[in-house]
Ligand binder design. Structure first.
Ligand code: AR6
Length: 179
């Protein structure tokens, strides 16, 4: 199989609730405190149970663009990788910080021999990042990482809405024709 096609076979975009994904690790769109919040963060903490918050308290926060790993507790996923996206402000540094969320999460996954990982659209809710721009960063950063690493084997981008799912699927289709 062509090398580039092999990488595309390791990526998918699907609709769903990330808390229900039966993967080795799910990624949480957290805030710098790592002490929970609304959106996907709230849903993950509710589904994982209070032990997740207890472990997060021992970490002492996480800077924007970085990632930290915990156990998954009551989730089907064995691990939660908490990353902190930028609050969108239209600044040049936003893209770099968001790319860091993906590359640092993928590196933690590789370090822990995670085979399957699911990402939500980090920063695309409360933090206001435009979905099209965020999708390009998520996919491009992931392709670059997968080209250089055997782990994770499979990356899933989980979208709540059909509208966002279409943005991801259209972008994956477009670049799989070019690259
Ligand atoms: N499964 C998949 N995607 C989801 C789920 C779910 N269960 N729930 C929400 N989304 P957001 P952010 C989508 O706001 O923008 C929290 O309070 C949602 O539709 O959760 O990075 C944190 O503590 C959107 O597309 O994360 C931070 O303070 C995407 O997940 C802040 O929000 C991300 O939306 C982080 O904001």
């Amino acid at each position: 199989m062509h090398m580039k096609q092999e990488i595309f076979s390791r990526i998918e975009a699907i609709q769903g609730d990330i808390t229900r994904m039966e993967v080795d690790a799910i990624v949480n769109a957290a805030n710098t405190s790592l002490l929970g919040g609304g959106g996907v963060d709230g849903a993950i903490h509710r589904a994982a149970g209070p032990e997740l918050l207890a472990e997060c308290r021992t970490i002492g926060g996480c800077p924007t663009g970085e990632a930290r790993i915990t156990k998954g507790y009551k989730l089907p996923a064995r691990f939660v990788i908490h990353t902190v996206g930028p609050v969108y402000g239209g600044r040049p540094g936003d893209a770099e910080l968001l790319a860091g969320c993906y590359s640092n999460s993928l590196q933690l996954a590789a370090d822990n021999y995670v085979k399957t990982i699911a990402f939500p659209a980090v920063s695309c809710g409360v933090y206001g990042y435009p979905v099209k721009a965020a999708c390009r960063i998520a996919v491009d950063t992931t392709i670059e990482f997968l080209a250089a690493h055997n782990f994770p084997v499979k990356v899933s981008f989980i979208q709540f809405s059909m509208k966002n799912l279409k943005i991801y699927q259209d972008y994956l289709t477009a670049i799989s024709r070019i690259k």
